[in-house]
Write a protein that binds this ligand. Structure first.
Ligand code: FE2
Length: 275
């Protein structure tokens, strides 16, 4: 599937863009499925938000028990001071997670396609397994910032193996909060480990005393809908808030190798989907 040059590029920069790998029909099937889930979601059922600004040290039970379920999480700025939604629910959801690949036929079919397994193996993931799936909305005006992080922080295996598959469902631009990655970040030391303790408290443990790169030197990864961005678990990345009028939908998979040890401290305990 991947050429020698593409594999080399991934090694060197820690990520690889496969422009417009999927066609409009494949992408719209995922978008339609996501909107159906939101339509069926009762916004009175939870007030759980997803924020990386201040919630990483205190994830709630709604989040912690979502690893084998399909749940909607609100944008932090979705509510007014009285706790009421400021806009319709379709424009208030931050993301749906975390077992779309197991429970929703359209996502399961997409994630189980041979091309995903092939790319994972080409990138060096032996016996790839899908650990998590998310549909991310990055809503117009209120799409929240995702701070600098590395995905291996949340999917700690020994040795490290996680690879993120980031599918653009809509065009991603600097204006609507595209991914931004660290230049020369392919081998950045793993800075933090997110731990879920036996009593279900959580915390970010610092592993390396190093600074994140300055945001001004980050490389924006602007891609068209249908594109796939794959990146390794130590590549620092962030995305700025979306203050534009356009949403920036994306679908993500986190894939680890079955031939590694999956940390008992990882928050996500659900059985993986072997590819
Ligand atoms: Fe990430």
């Amino acid at each position: 599937m991947l050429s020698v040059e593409q594999k080399q590029l991934y090694e060197n920069q820690g990520y690889l863009v496969l422009p417009e790998l999927f066609n409009a029909n494949q992408i719209s099937a995922l978008k339609t499925a996501a909107m159906r889930i939101v339509d069926e979601f009762d916004p009175e059922s939870t007030r759980s938000i997803f924020s990386t600004e201040n919630a990483d040290t205190n994830r709630d039970q709604y989040f912690l028990t979502s690893d084998d379920k399909v749940r909607c999480f609100f944008e932090e700025d979705a509510f007014n001071a009285d706790g009421e939604l400021c806009q319709e629910k379709q424009l208030s959801i931050n993301k749906i997670g975390h077992a779309l690949h197991m429970l929703v036929p359209e996502f399961k079919q997409f994630a189980s396609a041979d091309i995903i397994k092939q790319i994972a193996m080409d990138l060096g993931v032996e016996s790839p397994e899908i650990r998590q799936s998310m549909y991310i909305f990055k809503q117009p005006k209120i799409g929240g910032v995702v701070r600098w992080h590395q995905d291996a922080t949340y999917f700690y295996t020994s040795p490290l193996s996680v690879v993120t598959f980031w599918f653009a469902i809509e065009d991603a631009t600097l204006e609507n909060g595209c991914l931004q990655v660290a230049p020369d970040g392919a081998n950045f030391p793993l800075k933090e480990q997110f731990k879920r303790y036996p009593d279900d408290t959580t915390g970010l443990e610092q592993l390396e005393d190093i600074e994140w790169p300055d945001e001004s030197v980050a490389t924006p990864v602007e891609v068209k809908a249908g594109s796939l961005v794959v990146f390794n678990g130590v590549l620092p990345h962030f995305s700025a808030a979306n203050r534009s009028a356009k949403s920036r939908h994306a679908f993500t998979l986190h894939i680890t190798s079955a031939n590694t040890h999956y940390s008992e401290f990882n928050w996500l305990k659900a059985a993986p989907l072997s590819l």
